[in-house]
Design a protein around this ligand. Sequence first.
Ligand SMILES: [Zn+2]
Length: 552
Amino acid sequence: MNKKISRVWICIILFLRLTAATAQTPVFTHQDTLRGTITKERIWWDLTYYHLNINVNPGDSTIKGENLIQYRVLETGQLLQVDLQPPMEITKVIQDNSSLTFNRDGNAFFIELTKPQNPNDINEVIVFYQGQPKVSVRPPWQGGLTWEKDANGKDFVVTTCQGDGASLWWPNKDHPYDEPDSMLISVTVPDHLFDVSNGRLRRIDQNSDHTKTFHWFVSNPINNYGVNINIADYVHFTDKYQGENGELDCDYYVLRDNLEKAKKHFKEANRMLEAFEHWFGPYPFYEDGYKLVEVPYPGMEHQSSVTYGNGYKNGYGGRDVSHTGWGFKFDFIIVHESGHEWFANSITNRDAADMWIHESFTAYSENLFLNYFYGQEACNEYVIGTRENIRNDRPIIGIYNVNYPGSGDMYYKGANVLHTLRQIVNDDKKWRDILRGINKTFYHQTVTAIQIEDYLSEHTGINLAAFFDQYLRDNRIPILEYIIRDNKFRYRWNNCVRRFNMKLKVYFDQTDQWLNPTTRWQEIDSPSSFIKFQVDPNFYVASFNLVGEVKE
Ligand SMILES: [Zn+2]
């Protein structure tokens, strides 16, 4: 290879290295920090109530209105951060009838309050805004408005904003740590259309200008990205579910042409409620009811108004995410998105880096649903089948304070981690008590990963620190290395974090045995004659016979 060519090669290799390095280390901006941090302009006030009051005009794809933000002063502060993303504009802010000055820094607005803010005061600011919000190209994976028409040519308008943030279409404190205690959502639309938002429909006003205003009240804390509007020519039917906390109102809103299909298919929601109340405890929003609302995208966990677009079919978009056949036994969207009522809506991450609390438990809920109706074997086969979707590309926990979730492995690796933990606990009654206990202890709260991990360590009676460091903060799969020689079975963990010490069930032929491997070699007498050694496949680990299958 001549010098010129070799230099080119070096450049290419260097380039590849550099691009690989930058792919691993995301670059964060000042805007990411403003969005993802509990800034000093956020920390001094605690949200108590929102009244979002907007006019949605499908004719020119605009939203115009205001959000009343009520808060309790925790400590003195005169600068208040509210988030709203371009191209939306704040036009005016008032407190106690006086107009306030504000400055924009990208997606954040800093409002200068003139009235002294005294601790324990309950104050309000009203933020007026308008604009043509960003249109979503790929809902729900990319946030924005979707302006569509149904088969009869009627407007079909919905919002999705997980990840991108609710500030994409309305002004709010766009950080998950703080939620209002309640919220009123008033939406004005042309009077031949119907708006469905979160909570309960309090009232519909007929206005003189051929519009109607729908007032939806949410009587529980709600996360920002859970707030949604769905506007269409909806028809409505109801059901009641006799659950652990009494009678739960179930309300279903679907496109006119799908009413008969929906009446049959949405019975699935009763099965979902039965299974999840068994495993997790009472549905967390009896006061607000449970709803399914048809949308033109697959679905989203909008609190107490779960959105549905799975075509009234089992599976997920016609597929089974586990490739085992079990995924066709239920409607993935009804089960998964409703599972989020417990994990995401009731128990919410305080920082996007801990989004595994939403997705790992909810992906795990899919196999608990199967467990409840089809038994242990179905549950095991399903969760093991979903391993095909795992990438092990980067850790499940993301980066804190910059609105950066971890790997997509928070879904199916997360589900397998929880399934593995269930094996370690090895006591299904205790495991169910723990899942219900988490829901009771952290009911309607925003939490950190550490709070959930500590709860699990305490209530399993096992120090799980290294277990969670391995599976949430590292992307490697632990390997059980072993050697069988002279009737001795030697084993250790490798490819793992320091002090990784997860116990493990293995089989010598049909005989099961528990091992307590650490990163140091240990040995036991191996059974005198056996043909096959196997790690229990319910554990998400790898195993490796260091000297191959040769026996003396
Ligand atoms: Zn999910």
